[in-house]
Design a protein around this ligand. Sequence first.
Ligand code: F6R
Ligand code: ZN
Length: 209
Amino acid sequence: MQHNNSPIPDGGAPTRNRPFGLDLREPFTHLDGFDGHQQRRLSALRGQFADEESYDRLVAGDPLVYEVYEMHRPKIAGELLSGISIIHPGQVGDEFYMTKGHFHTVRATSEIYYCLHGRGYLLMQTEEGDWAAEEFYPGRVVYVPPHWAHRSVNTGKDDDLVTFFSYPANAGHDYATIEQRGFRKLIVSKNGSAVIVENPRWLAGDGGR
Ligand code: F6R
Ligand code: ZN
């Protein structure tokens, strides 16, 4: 594998300017080929879980909920950003561990996910309130069209949910809309199964009108 690393004009971080390949194989614990690694703890998800009492109890220990490994590229149209997200198993009350979820700042950008390990859902919704939940299991591809917010949910009891994702590098992330309105649906454990229920606290948007 030959990498030609040189500074990039928009961020100064080294990047690869030659074609390259990466191996993605179990176990997903040593992801050396990626440039960045972010960890999100429960405290970063304040206000997102329905059971506030359970949240307050658990956040004292601030457990690690998910991690993202990223490949750095210039954040310009024509480039793709990609990486791996790992959502650890766990619940807050009966609601499964999940990512914050976001719209892309440039709403007209899409994303594709490929599930490498575990079980779960990609929960999606539009600003108008349309929603969808596509299942994740190994080998499953899920496509997020432009204008759809997305959140990964790990419904596995003891197992990580591991996905590969890729999206246009100029997409940007709008977390604030979801922080304020939430998702329309929750994914909860009921009698040992994952079920999709209404979020009583979801604030319907006006679709930008
Ligand atoms: C990028 C994307 C994923 C998520 C990752 C973590 O556009 O959708 O890489 O960023 O699964 O989720 P968030 O960003 O919602 O914390
Ligand atoms: Zn995204």
